[in-house]
Ligand binder design. Structure first.
Ligand SMILES: [Fe+2]
Ligand SMILES: [Fe+2]
Length: 276
């Protein structure tokens, strides 16, 4: 089995000529199938793909991790270029995701398109709310159960439902799972469900307790000491071979993970390629 994961968009980059952008996007190649997982905020995807020699038109499937703008900002520009414009995402990505802006107002941080926009562009939208086989040895988690008592969505998120403001647990958050012979490879956008909930659910659904790699956002930025300690203790038990933390992990948690789990932790950045 051959798996290649290229980070096309991440907040930072060590490579001259590539663009760092708040968001996340990665090209996942599994046994010749090409999956684009997220699209970043919208400006960096195309120039970075070009600079890295990635032909976005040949992507077989577009997967969206959740309905935040920094993962979906490139969707509208990308869809007309895809030979097969199929988009796999949780039905909840169209939720009116908001954050308080600090002055009694709210800021919209959701997807910059409607379901009608996708239809107009000839795209097929596949709602993935439950565990879903995407292709040979590749699965999407759908809704991830929130079972740990120390993880939360990672911020003061709110949503508007029929004009009413309510706390937002970002239920549309999901991950992609590859069943590699050496263990699971789990790719996450922001892990608003919690990195441990995400890994545990993938292991439980596949029936596999070895994790080869976790790669993606963890939303540990701003996590308190208790959450950090419990997350690190759990990661030490799970013992993945690689922990590639990106995007919303933040400097403090990335440094801490790197200090506590030095043999396995990498800060993922735009332009990095991982092969398994
Ligand atoms: Fe994000
Ligand atoms: Fe997010």
């Amino acid at each position: 089995m051959k798996v290649s994961i290229t980070i096309l968009v991440e907040n930072t980059t060590p490579v001259p000529g590539l663009m760092g952008e708040f968001g996340f996007s990665t090209l996942i190649e599994v046994n010749g199938k090409r999956i684009l997982f997220d699209t970043g905020s919208g400006e960096a995807l195309e120039p970075n793909a070009k600079a890295l020699g990635v032909d976005l038109a040949s992507v077989d499937a577009l997967v969206i991790s959740h309905g935040h703008f920094d993962h979906t900002g490139g969707v509208l520009q990308l869809l007309p270029k895809l030979k097969k414009p199929v988009i796999y995402a949780h039905s909840g990505i169209f939720t009116r995701h908001l954050v308080p802006d600090g002055s009694n107002r709210t800021q919209y941080i959701g997807v910059p398109f409607s379901e009608d926009d996708l239809i107009r562009l000839g795209a097929q939208f596949v709602a993935v709310d439950d565990f879903f086989p995407l292709s040979d040895q590749v699965y999407l988690t759908g809704t991830i159960p929130r079972l740990t008592d120390y993880e939360d969505p990672g911020g003061l998120f709110i949503k508007e439902v029929k004009g009413v403001i309510a706390p937002d647990y970002i239920e549309d958050d999901m991950a992609l799972v590859i069943t590699h012979p050496e263990g699971l490879i789990i790719v996450s956008g922001c892990a608003h469900a919690g990195i441990i909930n995400t890994i545990n659910y993938a292991m439980q659904r596949i029936g596999e307790n070895k994790v080869l790699a976790f790669i993606g956002g963890t939303h540990l930025k701003g996590a308190d000491e208790i959450r950090l300690q419990k997350t690190i203790a759990e990661l030490k038990k799970i013992n993945p071979q690689k922990l590639i933390v990106c995007h919303c992990t933040g400097f403090t948690a990335s440094s801490r993970l790197s200090w506590e789990l030095p043999a396995i932790t990498t800060k993922g950045e735009t332009g990095m390629i991982f092969q398994f």
